[in-house]
Write a protein that binds this ligand. Structure first.
Ligand SMILES: Nc1ncnc2c1ncn2[C@@H]1O[C@H](COP(=O)(O)OP(=O)(O)OP(=O)(O)O)[C@@H](O)[C@H]1O
Ligand SMILES: [Mg+2]
Length: 239
């Protein structure tokens, strides 16, 4: 069966700056896959390009989602196909409550009953958001904001979820909690591709991983094999 997401010879140019240099990757339905790499490796650019959040003028190559080319589609069209990115830096609304923030994720929908039900599922995954449903987004802790950002993406039951550095700026215990939730989301049927600088937790969570270096994939394997690879251990696991 064809992969759910397939990226073929993807390049991205910020003007003259060639940031992504011919990436190939695929994610099968039901998988949880990670993209790891150092600062500036092109992780965010790759993810944003898949999501239609970079300028189409800078894109070369092909991105197939459910077998259809999406490399020329804008972000809202990509979301409409069921491919949903949780944005880096949270991007939640500071002046809206937790619940209002979650509901902004469902702005395209009209089925009030279905939205209620999906809201309940987000609260079941993150009970902390239920406790704080009336609190303003801007007053949440970093970890709670990340939960909210994930919840907002999840409320539409995406076929596939993309996450950019879910661990960024969070304490170890919260990071653990976030990744447990990501695994749970995956086990309930959402395919996941996430980018991480925290290679240890990334390789412990995903089943397969790609190592990105200055815009190119330099390694691709099961996480088990990557964890046992001497180069990966030295460069990314500090061993
Ligand atoms: N708007 C932009 N204009 C020009 N160059 C950019 C822009 N955004 C990113 N770049 C460059 O593209 C390259 C890849 O950046 P990107 O943000 O994708 O890396 P990253 O792997 O996500 O890094 P980090 O781990 O720091 O988040 C970098 O060299 C960066 O300087
Ligand atoms: Mg980044």
């Amino acid at each position: 069966m064809a992969p759910l997401l397939e990226v073929k010879n993807l390049h991205y140019y910020y003007g003259n700056i060639h940031s992504v240099k011919g990436i190939d990757l695929y994610v099968d339905e039901g998988e949880i896959v990670t993209l790891i790499g150092a600062n500036g490796a092109g992780k965010t650019t790759t993810l944003q390009t898949i999501s239609g959040l970079t300028s189409p003028r800078g894109v070369r190559g092909e991105i197939l989602f459910k077998g259809k080319p999406i490399q020329r589609l804008r972000g809202n069209r990509v979301v409409g196909l069921g491919l949903m990115q949780v944005l880096e830096g949270r991007h939640i609304f500071a002046k809206l409550s937790v619940e209002e923030n979650l509901l902004t994720g469902a702005y395209l929908r009209k089925d009030a009953a279905g939205i209620r039900e999906d809201l309940g599922e987000v609260y079941a995954l993150f009970p902390r958001l239920l406790e704080r449903r009336a609190q303003l987004g801007g007053t949440l802790s970093g970890g709670e904001q990340q939960m909210l950002a994930i919840g907002r993406a999840l409320i539409n039951k995406p076929r596939m979820m993309l996450l950019d550095e879910p661990s960024l700026g969070l304490a170890p215990l919260i990071i653990k909690e976030i990744f447990i939730a990501i695994k749970k989301i995956n086990s309930e049927g959402t395919t996941v591709l996430f980018v991480e600088q925290n290679s240890k937790i990334a390789l412990a969570t995903a089943s397969r991983g790609y190592v990105l270096q200055t815009g190119e994939v330099v390694m691709h394997n099961t996480c088990e094999n990557l964890l046992n690879n001497e180069d990966v251990k030295k460069a990314y696991l500090g061993m």
